[in-house]
Ligand binder design. Structure first.
Ligand code: KG4
Ligand code: ZN
Length: 348
């Protein structure tokens, strides 16, 4: 196989059915069908609804990806699929589809870790990943700081959230403020008109003692409760809720902690490159503050464009392609859909 393999990646760990095709590090197509609208009225992703939507979207999304990329499935050199972590039933749809393709076409299959794929995707936009790199992954399902000496087989977890994920906090606070689901983009927009120092919301796990026990962990549940209490007390007193100020102050509390801990992790591990991924990486204030603080600390920061930050198939193809190029063996054909796949296991 060439060092520019044609790899098709499938992602179904949550509510996006993603099919991406890459040639080496070149992105050919990134087809995504999302069931997010079907979950909106529940205020969060409903696993059974997501699985059913994946089943319906899988074949049309595969066909659309191949047509848009101008390739035949038979020309694909290797298939890659998210093996975990994620929703069990949702993962199963992608894994079954990828196995069928690999068996029917007689091609190798790589089962990959969703979080590592979020890191690997940046190569499609900014070139080879510097190794070691630090990765801050923030989405509706995860908030992790990862040290990445080798993206294909050595990914170490320095910390993660001990309660809510960062995106989950955005979504819950948006609900308190009467903004639609998913709330992140709405808070981001509202915050632009607000004052980020209007309300001093708590910064979770940053006190002296917490920094000893939870140096690189995050906690957003106390912050979410603090915002809800603040809004309730305003409403009780009959005063209007200053939505823009609450959004800006809440957002600042989240991105302050994320960027502070990410820079500290880089410093303490002698790492000079920070990569930020996941849906929350689309946040304009997170991007601005990360750039400001990294520049001051002599750290280069890479953030893929928003469409590559949210769940997609291209990220899975990007990691699969790197595995093929580096000569890693394919996964066994009985590879599992592992909802609790540890972050340190890059390949199933
Ligand atoms: O990566 P993603 O698409 O799916 C998961 O794996 O969860 O991330 C979705 C999350 C949601 O919680 C959404 O509110 C958040 O990313 N998000 C944002 C922004 N855009 C999306 N959060 C803050 N600011 C944004 N601009
Ligand atoms: Zn994700």
């Amino acid at each position: 196989m060439s060092d520019q393999p044609l790899v098709l990646g499938i992602e179904t760990s949550c509510d996006e059915t993603g099919v991406g095709i890459v040639r080496g590090r070149e992105l050919l197509v990134d087809a995504v069908a999302s069931s997010v609208d079907e979950h909106a009225r529940f205020g969060g992703v409903v696993p059974e609804v997501a699985s059913r939507a994946h089943l319906e979207a899988m074949v049309p999304t595969l066909e659309r990806a191949a047509a848009d990329a101008g390739v035949r499935l038979a020309d694909v050199d290797a298939f890659a699929v998210t093996s975990g972590p994620g929703l069990a039933g949702a993962l199963l749809v992608g894994v079954a589809a990828a196995k069928s393709l690999a068996v029917a076409l007689g091609k190798p299959l790589y089962g990959v870790n969703h979080l590592s794929a979020h890191v690997a995707v940046d190569q499609l936009e900014h070139g080879p990943l510097p190794e070691p790199a630090m990765a801050l992954l923030v989405s509706g399902g995860h908030s992790s700081l990862l040290l990445v000496p080798d993206i294909t087989h050595d990914v170490r977890s320095l910390g993660s959230t001990i309660d809510d994920a960062a995106g989950e906090a955005f979504d819950k606070v948006a609900r308190v403020l009467g903004l639609p689901f998913p709330g992140g983009p709405h808070i981001d927009r509202a915050a632009r008109e607000g004052d980020k120092v209007a309300i001093d919301f708590p910064r979770g796990l940053t006190s002296g003692r917490d920094m000893e026990r939870h140096r690189f962990d995050f906690s957003f549940s106390g912050l979410k409760t603090a915002v809800a209490r603040w809004v309730e007390s305003r409403e009780r007193s009959g005063e209007p809720v200053p939505v823009a100020d609450v959004a800006a102050s809440f957002q600042e509390a989240v991105v302050d902690v994320l960027t502070r801990k990410a820079v500290l992790a880089c410093r303490e591990n002698g790492v000079h490159d920070l990569m930020i991924g996941g849906g929350v990486a689309a946040n304009s204030r997170l991007r601005a503050l990360a750039e400001e603080r990294c520049e001051a600390a002599g750290i280069r920061v890479r953030v893929p464009r928003p469409k590559l930050c949210t769940d997609n198939g291209a990220m899975v193809a990007a990691l699969g392609s790197t595995m093929v190029s580096r000569g890693l063996s394919p996964s066994a054909l009985d590879l599992p859909a592992d909802s609790s796949m540890p972050v340190t296991v890059v390949q199933a």
